[in-house]
Design a protein around this ligand. Structure first.
Ligand code: ADP
Ligand code: MG
Length: 254
């Protein structure tokens, strides 16, 4: 009885929690009282016009940006400030950006094996075996010995996802991962993300791909001017947006 209760309590604790987060860039108030909870296994899609603070919010979660005030917790723990603890946080929070950011002078295999060796002190053989498994999972294992520039954008972005997964993150952040891709490559990346979502990965995805949002999201957050204006299920958001800002945004994007 008590065991069951402990299990439930743990499970209901948000994996990612932002409370009253404020952030300025000089005079620009870029995040305004952001409150957000993401449950374990949940897929949250963040949408909104350009300049609304979506990227900045993502970047605060793995502390690529500091915040002025408020609180951010991963799995109940406040974000560490520096040193080893910060490196561990970056490993726990995988991030995939618009630009693929692979190491240009390392092979695809090395790109995926490097961080587990350096940060997790994994043996080289073990890290490479894991890298091959992950590359197979995202469908680019046949490219393992190539250099990033030899791959298409879609392939490089799938490698970037494999590289983040190699650190066994608790949550994956995607910041417009398909925006820099040629249209014919968008789906091969979204398909990998949908598969991850089905496997139970906790994900925060900033995207303009509304088909993906409808299919994969458990919840949609709409941001504008540094604020979260709406939080709703995909059907609720797309079929019945409440704010004028969201209606306007959707009329332009759909
Ligand atoms: P989004 O991802 O929704 O397009 P961003 O978070 O990138 O929005 O940007 C929000 C606002 O903050 C924009 O006005 C942008 O110009 C500004 N901004 C972003 N990064 C910086 C920075 N490092 N220094 C100053 N202003 C920034
Ligand atoms: Mg952005």
């Amino acid at each position: 009885m008590s065991e069951e209760k402990i299990y439930r309590t743990d499970d209901s604790r948000p994996l990612v929690e932002l409370t009253h987060v404020e952030k300025h860039f000089g005079d620009l108030h870029v995040l305004k009282d952001i409150n957000l909870k993401v449950a374990k296994g949940e897929v949250l899609v963040v949408v909104g016009p350009s300049g609304s603070g979506k990227s900045t919010m993502c970047r605060t979660i793995n502390r690529l940006e500091t915040i002025d005030s408020g609180d951010i917790r991963i799995d109940g723990k406040p974000l560490p400030q520096e040193g080893k603890e910060l490196a561990r946080l970056r490993a726990e929070v995988g991030m995939v950006f618009q630009s693929f950011n692979l190491f240009a002078n390392k092979t695809i295999l090395e790109n995926v094996a490097l961080a587990p060796i350096r940060v997790r002190h994994m043996a080289k053989k073990e890290a490479e075996d894991q890298a091959m498994e992950l590359l197979a999972r995202v469908g680019v294992d046949s490219q393992a010995s190539k250099m990033p520039a030899q791959l298409s954008g879609g392939q490089q972005q799938r490698v970037a996802i494999a590289r983040a997964l190699a650190m066994h993150p608790k949550v994956m952040l995607f910041d417009e991962p398909t925006s820099a891709l040629d249209p014919e490559m968008v789906n091969e990346v979204l398909d990998v993300m949908i598969e991850l979502a089905h496997e139970g990965m906790t994900m925060i995805c900033v995207t303009h791909e509304m088909g993906f949002a409808r299919r994969a999201a458990d919840r949609i957050v709409f941001m504008a001017d540094g604020q979260i204006l709406e939080e709703a299920s995909p059907d609720e958001f797309f079929d019945h947006p409440k704010s004028e800002r969201a209606k306007d945004f959707l009329s332009k994007i759909l």
